[in-house]
Design a protein around this ligand. Structure first.
Ligand SMILES: *Cc1c(COP(=O)(O)O)cnc(C)c1O
Length: 456
């Protein structure tokens, strides 16, 4: 068993498993009620502090949360907008990279720096990105004094906006690498680096992908803030969540386990529908990934689903190991008795590309509001689930982050917010490497390892 700080730094357990807390902290009805009047950073402290086991002091956590959320372009951080009667949009895209990943990453970077400073250590973060995670990580860690960050992205397969968010920062601790391969190749390289324990120790490797426990915890905050603004705990609300890796929706499940009365948690997928198929059939079955207008959800293995299965099984680690072993061999497994629990805990809807395009046009003409394709999947899902009552749709990206898709659907590409200034004209800096573990490890060590050793 590890403490909170070690879990934050490790990212992934050495045996490949995922971390979870031993028990779920409970927030009282009065505490939840008080959130309606509190700034976002204060709610974050109330939600996250019980998970730290006292290893981080409250004033330190408060300072980090204040700093993290001061960089957001909207004073409310995550403002709630009414879309239509009974449907609200929670705008999670006011951070520096215009997607919800900033909410967790901005805080995580500060928490990591704090822990490393206490220990007199440095760390190297290596991540693979299909687009949004890389930019959010670079933006969050570019001012870090103790972390070198390397992001691997598939050459030519991320959008211009996404690439420039990784390649235009000028800080010497930021390294963007175009890999001659696919996103899966990038992810396999990162996994192989984590499994190379000697390398892992030499560069003090750390991870910030969506299975990092601290990221999930930091996402729990906005479920509480939004529900309290709508009258929780005295009124239950439902959430519709665009999800691929099951990270964001699992944060909603955690909020519920911590005492937030959530009526229905709605999983919203695009045409990569492994989760809706699982809820409908009781069988978790991988298929090929198809490219959609919501690329951040083009995923066929929902890594965080393992965390949920562990909870649903009453924390039966041996059973989950068996299911994951079956998945590795036959690309599928049957949920068995866990299926009933899954259907009880979640509703799930897959939106087709036609559904998404129709939804974006419809919401624009009826409500005068522009949603991005990821958010549109959740709007579609919120409309198809009966009896959900009042629903909060998580808006995970700003439409300007996906200008080509928006242009194709609406006839015009939304402009970037002014605060992104010179992003599209700044000079870019990145390395290009083949899909070769040794070459990539050598690159990481030559850029980051020396600095790690010098101060370790
Ligand atoms: C990452 C991402 C998602 C999916 O997040 P999960 O962690 O898979 O739940 C949805 N929308 C956008 C815009 C994203 O960047």
């Amino acid at each position: 068993m590890l403490g909170f700080e070690d879990v934050v730094l490790a990212g992934l357990a050495r045996d490949g498993g995922l971390y979870l807390p031993q028990s779920w902290p409970q927030l009282s009805a009065d505490t939840i009620r008080s959130f309606a009047q509190k700034p976002f950073a204060d709610i974050a402290v109330e939600v996250i502090y019980p998970f730290t086991g006292g290893t981080i002091s409250r004033p330190d956590l408060q300072r980090m949360a204040d700093e993290a959320y001061a960089v957001f372009g909207d004073a409310a951080v995550a403002p709630l907008k009414a879309l239509s009667p009974g449907t609200h949009v929670l705008e999670l895209f006011h951070g520096p990279t215009l997607a919800f990943k900033d909410v967790a990453m901005q805080l995580l970077a500060r928490v990591m720096d704090h822990i490393l400073e206490k220990r007199g250590k440095r760390a190297t973060i290596v991540g693979a990105t299909s687009g949004d995670t890389g930019g959010a990580a670079v933006e969050a860690f570019r001012t870090s004094k103790r972390v070198d960050i390397v992001v691997l992205f598939p050459d030519g397969r991320v959008s211009d906006v996404q690439r420039r968010m990784m390649t235009t920062p000028t800080e010497p601790n930021v390294h963007a690498v175009a890999i001659d391969g696919t996103f899966d190749d990038c992810q396999a390289l990162v996994k192989a680096m984590f499994n190379d324990h000697a390398f892992r120790d030499r560069v003090a490797l750390s991870g910030v992908n969506s299975i990092n426990w601290a990221r999930i915890v930091a996402q729990v905050t906005y479920y509480f803030s939004a529900a309290a603004a709508l009258g929780a705990p005295d009124k239950p609300v439902s959430f519709a969540v665009p999800t691929g890796n099951f990270g964001d929706i699992f944060a909603g499940y955690v909020a519920k386990r911590m005492g937030l009365p959530i009526k229905t948690l709605i999983i919203a997928s695009n045409e990569n529908d492994i989760l809706p198929r699982t809820v409908a059939t009781g069988r978790y079955e991988m298929r090929g990934v198809v490219a959609t207008s919501s690329p951040s959800m083009d995923i066929q293995i929902s890594s965080n689903f393992e965390r949920y299965l562990f909870e649903a099984s009453g924390r039966d680690g041996a059973k989950i190991r068996d299911l994951m072993a079956a998945l590795a061999v036959s690309k599928s497994f049957a949920l068995g008795p866990l299926w009933q629990q899954l259907k009880h805990d979640f509703a799930a809807v897959a939106a087709s590309e036609a559904d998404v395009a129709d939804c974006i046009r419809r919401v624009q003409s009826r409500c005068g509001y522009v949603v991005d394709p990821h958010t549109a999947c959740a709007v579609v899902a919120s409309e198809r689930v009966e009896g959900a009552g009042e629903v909060v749709v998580l808006a995970t990206a700003h439409p300007a982050k996906f200008p080509e898709a928006m242009l194709a659907i609406t006839g015009h590409g939304p402009p970037l917010p002014a605060r992104l200034g010179t992003l599209m004209t700044d000079p870019e800096r990145f390395a290009t490497l083949p899909n070769d573990l040794e070459r990539v490890e050598n690159f990481v060590e030559s850029r980051c390892g020396g600095r790690t050793k010098a101060t370790a």
